[in-house]
Ligand binder design. Structure first.
Ligand SMILES: [Mg+2]
Length: 345
């Protein structure tokens, strides 16, 4: 087995703001694995919030690729996952990139799209939200109008600022008919969240994501108990092992490959959340199609999709699963994840 590891800093169309930071590039690590003439592509955009970086991932991946090479069979996914988890227990982002490449390679060798290898229903993919980052109220309203013009009926609005009400009102006015979900990225206290949920309810908001700090599970529960808006746990629920602690404190779990370390761990997170009676969501970072496409193949399993990250890039050297309006069309994928390089970055 041969592999390459490359880093790209992909520029965003606009600076992307959330409550704790604003980013202008998506720091991406791409891994390509070749076995018996077939190549699988995987990628990740690590998050400093979860203590990983493009540098730490790029430094770790060669040793992880060696482990996969030693195993020598991309279909030995249980063993690959176990050995990588033992080798890099605290580096789920690095494991995610390789997990995607291994799954893409194995499915391509079978000449099957990944969703078909798993037997999932391509017609069960929910529409994706389009995310509007924190900016001035005027800019947020502009972005919302653009998104609606581009066919997105479900929008995710980032809040967690000094002046959330003015920003939100501008968004609501700009898209009176859109379904709006709000993500505070852990910025509010439980009391603030409960107060904000009042006017968000009046405005018809349909989801409140991570209103409070990641470790404030009691606060999360208080918010969930106080509002009729379904509450989603993102930063509070990283892997399957976190599901029991949030199970009675929220309504929805937002699963991301970068948090839990790849496709098999994400499936376990979704299964655990489902078993606890929670609704399921798949999310992403602002990242390349080379990583998002893999998550799209899990989308038939979930109730909510937020996999718009590649749409926020100025240019993405990789194409992934095409959108039909605001729904990813898995039937357009002929093999693997469907990712292919379109330009040289
Ligand atoms: Mg979130």
């Amino acid at each position: 087995m041969n592999w390459t590891v490359d880093r790209y800093d992909l520029p965003l169309s606009n600076p992307f703001g959330i409550s704790r930071e604003t980013s202008e590039t998506s720091e991406t690590v791409i891994v390509e694995l070749t076995h018996e003439g077939t190549t699988g592509i995987g990628a990740v955009t690590p998050s400093a919030y979860y203590d990983e970086s493009a540098q730490s991932v790029a430094e770790t991946l060669p040793a992880l690729c060696e482990t996969v090479g030693r195993i020598g069979d991309p279909h030995a996914q249980q063993r690959i996952e176990r050995d990588l988890a033992e080798q890099a227990p605290d580096q789920p982002a690095a494991r995610m990139a390789l997990s995607i490449a291994v799954h893409d390679l194995a499915a391509r060798q079978l000449d099957l799209p990944l969703y078909r290898q798993w037997g999932l229903d391509p017609d069960a993919v929910p529409p994706t939200t389009y995310t509007v980052g924190i900016d001035s109220a005027e800019r947020m309203a502009e972005k919302v109008r653009e998104a609606v013009d581009n066919g997105f009926g479900h929008l995710k609005v980032k809040l967690g600022t000094e002046d959330d009400r003015a920003r939100f009102d501008a968004v609501r006015d700009a898209a009176p008919d859109a379904e709006l979900r709000v993500d505070a990225n852990a910025a509010w206290t439980a009391q603030e969240a409960i107060e904000n949920a009042d006017w968000l309810t009046d405005a018809g908001v349909t989801m409140l994501e991570q209103p409070v700090a990641a470790d404030d599970i009691d606060g999360l529960r208080r918010v969930t108990d106080a509002t009729d808006i379904p509450v989603a746990a993102d930063e509070s629920c990283v892997t399957a092992s976190n599901v029991p602690r949030v199970a009675d404190a929220c309504d929805i779990v937002n699963a991301k490959l970068v948090k839990c370390g790849g496709l098999r761990p994400a499936t376990r997170l979704l299964n655990a959340a489902d078993a606890h009676g929670l609704e399921l969501m798949l999310g992403c970072m602002v990242e390349s199609n080379a990583s998002i496409a893999a998550a799209v193949h899990l989308a038939p399993l979930v109730d909510y999709v937020d996999l718009d990250g590649a749409l926020l890039l100025e240019a993405d050297p990789y194409a992934g699963v095409p959108l039909d309006g605001d729904v990813f069309d898995l039937t357009a994928v002929s093999a693997g994840t469907g990712v292919r390089r379109t330009t040289n970055a």
